[in-house]
Design a protein around this ligand. Structure first.
Ligand SMILES: *[C@@H]1O[C@H](CO)[C@@H](O)[C@H](O)[C@H]1NC(C)=O
Ligand SMILES: *[C@@H]1O[C@H](CO)[C@@H](O)[C@H](O)[C@H]1NC(C)=O
Ligand SMILES: *[C@@H]1O[C@H](CO)[C@@H](O)[C@H](O)[C@H]1NC(C)=O
Ligand SMILES: *[C@@H]1O[C@H](CO)[C@@H](O)[C@H](O)[C@H]1NC(C)=O
Ligand SMILES: *[C@@H]1O[C@H](CO)[C@@H](O)[C@H](O)[C@H]1NC(C)=O
Ligand SMILES: *[C@@H]1O[C@H](CO)[C@@H](O)[C@H](O)[C@H]1NC(C)=O
Ligand SMILES: *[C@@H]1O[C@H](CO)[C@@H](O)[C@H](O)[C@H]1NC(C)=O
Ligand SMILES: *[C@@H]1O[C@H](CO)[C@@H](O)[C@H](O)[C@H]1NC(C)=O
Ligand SMILES: *[C@@H]1O[C@H](CO)[C@@H](O)[C@H](O)[C@H]1NC(C)=O
Length: 334
């Protein structure tokens, strides 16, 4: 009785732990079957790269676009940039458990992003830029905590920017430009201290620009051009961006003044605020931003004098302050 019970128990344990065990024990053969599944999901391969090169008769690590780790010989990078591929991404991709780079930029993949991508916990570099992907950005991408670069630009993504992306605490570059993303910018997006560039331009984002709660010493580019952002630029924004080089906020519905703290951005090269509803004057401290090359502030309700100090900005190449209420000449440098 006791023995039978033990045997039964062992049998049950064996039976139920087996699948789990074999799933964890993935090998290069897992990687191969994943890539063959991807190949199956590609319906057009104009340069015959996958068709001829991704052959089961040669080792996976020698396949075009595939890189393997030197020690464990598992697929660590998959770069299929610019091959003109048409197809969808299979859920199997989530099984490439050693993958740290996945680039499929400049192809014609369509359909949604498989949620299984969120299983790729080692992923650092992810680009789906310039394809025809649609659907929503899976909020589970927020669990890819090793991500440095997330490129979803030039696709047909709809819906909102998942709040979870603000938890990607190692993120350096976020490019979501040229999609149809709506809703507001996650309010804590500027809590990511590793951020270097954020480009959300040419979407349908609304709401206000989130405040910057901490020093972002690496942030150089903010591009929110052509959305439906409203409200003021938060006063504290420029207190925390000592290395900001390019600020693009044109073609929105922003109101209010340029915060005087802008002069703290000593590295600023581009200030682009045209086509908004901003008012007030241009702070004279703008004359202290000696790196400025481009000032675009046309089509707003700015008034007062253009500070004379800008004549001393030796690198300045373009000032567009047309269609405002500035008194006197709008000094144009071209
Ligand atoms: C596949 O492409 C790789 C990289 O270009 C090349 O080294 C390899 O010889 C090719 N293999 C076959 C079977 O064509
Ligand atoms: C990989 O993942 C898919 C679904 O996510 C699953 O059906 C499949 O069995 C897994 N294993 C391999 C080797 O691809
Ligand atoms: C994508 O294609 C464009 C146009 O040919 C090119 O400028 C760009 O560098 C390509 N992107 C990548 C990541 O290769
Ligand atoms: C997008 O990729 C295609 C190749 O698939 C390329 O011809 C085109 O120039 C790219 N577009 C941009 C804007 O880079
Ligand atoms: C901001 O980031 C820190 C870690 O750098 C984290 O502890 C904190 O919870 C974050 N705050 C918000 C509001 O996300
Ligand atoms: C801004 O909102 C208006 C009205 O809702 C809409 O017609 C327009 O297309 C939107 N523009 C952008 C860039 O989202
Ligand atoms: C701007 O520069 C002038 C000297 O060119 C200096 O006297 C002034 O303190 C500076 N202002 C700020 C806010 O840095
Ligand atoms: C300029 O000021 C006048 C008078 O205050 C106002 O009617 C007009 O709308 C303003 N124009 C712009 C572009 O702000
Ligand atoms: C420009 O710089 C020169 C030399 O530093 C200074 O004498 C002059 O007052 C400055 N002009 C303006 C308008 O700030």
């Amino acid at each position: 009785m006791g023995n039978n019970f033990l045997n039964l128990a062992l049998l049950i344990i064996f039976h139920f732990s087996m699948p789990t065990f074999s799933m964890k024990l993935t090998t290069i053969h897992t990687d191969q079957s994943v890539l063959l599944a991807l190949k199956d999901h590609v319906i057009h391969d104009p340069e015959n790269v996958l068709t001829t090169n991704w052959s089961a008769s040669s080792p996976v690590c020698n396949w075009f676009g595939v890189s393997c780790g030197s020690k464990h010989r598992r697929v660590t990078a998959l770069d299929l940039t610019g091959l003109g591929l048409v197809g969808t991404l299979p859920p199997h991709l989530g099984n490439l458990s050693f993958l740290s780079l996945l680039y499929v930029t400049n192809n014609s993949f369509y359909g949604g992003l498989p949620v299984q991508l969120s299983n790729l916990r080692r992923l650092k570099y992810l680009s789906f830029g310039n394809n025809s992907f649609n659907g929503e950005i899976p909020s589970r991408l927020g669990s890819l905590t090793e991500l440095r670069r997330l490129f979803l630009y030039q696709n047909n993504f709809k819906g909102v920017i998942p709040f979870s992306l603000a938890y990607l605490s190692k993120l350096e570059v976020l490019y979501l430009f040229e999609n149809q993303i709506s809703g507001s910018i996650p309010s804590t997006i500027f809590n990511i201290s590793s951020l270097q560039e954020i480009d959300l331009s040419y979407n349908m984002l609304s709401g206000s620009i989130p405040s910057v709660p901490r020093d972002l010493l690496l942030l150089e580019v903010i591009d929110f051009t052509s959305n439906n952002l409203t409200g003021h630029i938060p006063k504290d924004t420029f207190d925390h961006l000592p290395n900001l080089k390019e600020l693009f906020l044109s073609f929105n519905l922003l109101s209010g003044r340029i915060p005087a703290s802008l002069f703290k951005c000593k590295e600023l090269q581009v200030l682009s605020l045209s086509f908004n509803q901003m008012e007030g004057s241009l702070p004279i401290e703008i004359g202290n931003l000696s790196m400025l090359q481009y000032i675009y502030i046309g089509r707003n309700h700015f008034e007062g004098e253009i500070p004379k100090q800008i004549v001393n900005l030796t690198l300045l190449m373009v000032v567009d302050c047309s269609q405002n209420n500035f008194t006197g000449e709008c000094i144009s440098k071209n």
